[in-house]
Design a protein around this ligand. Sequence first.
Ligand code: HEC
Length: 574
Amino acid sequence: MRCPEVEPGRRSGGLRWRFWVLALIVSLGVAPALRANPPSLIAGMPAETAFLLGQRMYREGLAPSGEPMQSLVKGEAPILGTVFTCLSCHLRGGLGSIDGDVKTPPINGPKLYELQYWHFPNLTPTERIELGVRSIVRRPAYTDETLAKVLRTGIDPNGREQINVMPRYILADQEMAVLIAYLKVLSSEFSPGVTATDLRFAAVITDEVSPEDRAAMLAPLDNYVAYHNTLSGGFGNRMYKTSGGMAMTLGYRKLSLARWTLKGPPATWTRQLEAYQRKEPVFALLGGISYGSWQPIHAFCEAQQLPCLFPITGLPVISEKDWYTLYFSKGYYQEGQATARYLASQLDPSGDPEVVQIARDTPEGRALSDGFRETWSELGREPVRMVTLKKQVKITPDFLRKTFQPKSPSAVLLWTGADAYPALKAIAKGEGSKSAVYMSSSYLKKELWNLPESARAFTYFTYPYRHPNDEPKYAQFANSLIVGLKNTNNDSKIYTRSYTLIQLLRQALGDLDRNYYRDTLLDVVGGLNDLILPDYERLSFGPGQRYASKGCYIMQLSTGEKPELVKKSSWVIH
Ligand code: HEC
């Protein structure tokens, strides 16, 4: 079908388009589906070019020339299309969003070019009849002409004027053709890992992870998959009208969870992941666990455009722009950040307070000190003294005492394990105790509780979870999904986090309403409201955010044989 917005046979722009392709290929990468068999929708322009230019219009608000698109909101001065892009409102997958009273409709190809109903728009005509659902038409199917008209004038095919939230766009014919061609391919085919009957997932596990920790991550997921697969696909019409019923009936697919176990050095993981993905592609990665950096798996997911939901890792990739991995938090890095925020609220810069960071030369030590340093500088503070401890160097009382000379610093950040305790005990008697010492509870793990009594008064911990006394009433929800799990000790907070992942996934699968597109899965999970869940005080994402928990407590240990954690801060938010 020829797009009527384009002058037929016009070829003179070919060179210019080719220039843009080069520029774009460098910056964007090409959707794998398009490499295979590109349909050409625009005369004189290769499909790949049109796709990348259209994607940039949609996501960044830039016209093919590279200039910002021009948009108009009725009664106001023209605004640049880069202020709000199509993506800001219709989301990356194009299936729309709901914000208060404003419902932003789907604008992916299959929806635009089909007649839409007010009620249960996602049902097919046959299902509508079977289920006896009311079928009042919201609008007829768009054509290229009516679509161009609505984008320029706000008048839809019913002759109705759209609400002002949706801007009107000033677009030349060829620009319009590029945008429309993009909308046509946007979320037009289900993603890999989705079949008519199945949704396939995998969990990545790296070799060093203990059998107990693997089991704690997998048991809730396996139990949920087994439970889901006992449900039947046909619960009848009344069930469909509830969100739970919807997940069970028409959106229903059997779930499977493969294990993608990675062996050997991280440099070889990409190849192993690619082999798993080739053998049996999955819709998304669920959970997963590694004690080391998540970076290689994160990079694989970005490259493959594969969602990865909530891996168990303290060492996520810290990025403002990556899209495909959703993390519970920034891990160790975030504890460093929380320390910077807390200290900035405690130490008056006019008193010229001295802060010293002592960090083990390990991924954890580096993430903690980076998080502190970067946030401290964002807060406008002067750089602090930094001491890096090689792995084999012992922390002796003498070593620590030296840090406290010639005068005790206001704060010493000790990003090490419990091997620092004897030295802390030794300095507790002398000058050292005038400084506040900060340590990471995640780095210390169970050793947290063994801090010598004499060091408790001046030692503080970052604690990125809810207070342990408040936790049981939230963690108990997870019990229904740990049947068969032998070791339910929850210090590691692994099975409770798997439980949280399941709650988010199951709500997302219902909300997806059969729109099985990877980008839409991420749009939906990213848009979930705050839920009451174990471990974290709050989990939520702002637009584009990738780290759900932004909080951390600063705690101290109480005195006595069975110490408790005492909150010294509120849930410090980043
Ligand atoms: C600030 C939010 C916002 C932005 C930015 C935005 N839209 Fe919309 N869009 C809406 C809302 C809200 C509606 C529903 C308007 C109505 O029905 O009255 C809508 C409706 C539409 C429709 C009509 C859908 C239908 O079923 O009739 C199309 C097509 C559309 N937008 C395309 C786009 C494109 C393409 C862009 C970017 C170039 C864009 N929108 C940018 C909010 C937005």
